[in-house]
Design a protein around this ligand. Structure first.
Ligand SMILES: N[C@@H](CCC(=O)N[C@@H](CS)C(=O)NCC(=O)O)C(=O)O
Length: 222
């Protein structure tokens, strides 16, 4: 690849949790890329022309190839820059990474997003039962993750992987949305390690100017 910076363009917004997940992988790999910031309305139009669901991020390559779904984007980055793999080559280790990635997407981020999307509705259309259910599921996720992280440095063991890319923004915003109880010390320590990881610390700093966007009001702390 002659000029990866122009060959790879990420359509994303710095404050979006799934975009942050992809950005962590770029920074872990030290992979140059172009950034199409979705603050610009025409960037969102371009994204929707390629991915009508309108979810972000997406990755566009100079060849015209478009990749959506963050976990798949990160798998694609592993194909392009395999030296710093986000998914191990060992099949069993890879399965564990993909499993933990699903846990963070489906049981943490999805429930956190449900609470936020419910908050964004007009007050009369909000669903308190859905809100309570999502909060209960977050409590289950916190307890389960605290047990898992009792013996691990990173989500799938001793190496930083795809699963940690999603866990970093997932745990940041989950705590902002529904506080992680203090008794979950292993989960707290893991969240701290993620915040201190240089790739995520950079993502977090880039997102700071947009904190006012957090619908529940962003706390002063990370
Ligand atoms: N499964 C998707 C989820 C992406 C996602 O939910 N992105 C949010 C931003 S963090 C979004 O697009 N929200 C607007 C929408 O769902 O219409 C992925 O992994 O990329």
């Amino acid at each position: 690849m002659s000029d990866p910076a122009t060959n790879l363009v990420l359509y994303s917004h710095p404050f979006s949790s799934y975009c942050q997940k992809a950005l962590v992988a770029f920074y872990e790999k030290g992979l140059p890329f172009g950034h199409r910031n979705l603050e610009q309305p025409e960037a969102m139009d371009e994204l929707k022309a390629s991915w009508p669901f309108g979810q972000f991020p997406i990755l566009k390559e100079a060849s015209g190839r478009v990749t959506a779904e963050t976990s798949i984007i990160i798998e694609r980055l592993d194909q392009i820059a395999p030296d710093t793999p986000m998914i191990p080559t060992d099949p069993d280790a890879a399965l564990q990474v993909r499993f933990m990635d699903r846990v963070f997407d489906n049981h943490l981020q999805s429930n956190q997003q449900r609470i936020i999307y419910n908050t964004l509705r007009p007050e009369a259309d909000r669903d308190p039962i859905a809100d309570a259910e999502a909060r209960a599921k977050l409590e289950t996720a916190y307890a389960w993750l605290d047990g898992v992280m009792a013996t691990r440095t990173w989500a799938a063991g001793g190496t930083f992987t795809l699963a940690d890319c999603g866990a970093a923004p997932g745990l940041l915003y989950a705590h902002w949305t529904h506080a992680i109880p203090e008794r979950f010390q292993h989960l707290w320590a893991y969240r701290r390690r993620l915040l201190d990881r240089p790739s995520y610390a950079r993502v977090l700093d880039e997102a700071r100017p947009y904190r006012g966007y957090f619908p529940l009001g962003a706390p002063d702390e990370d």
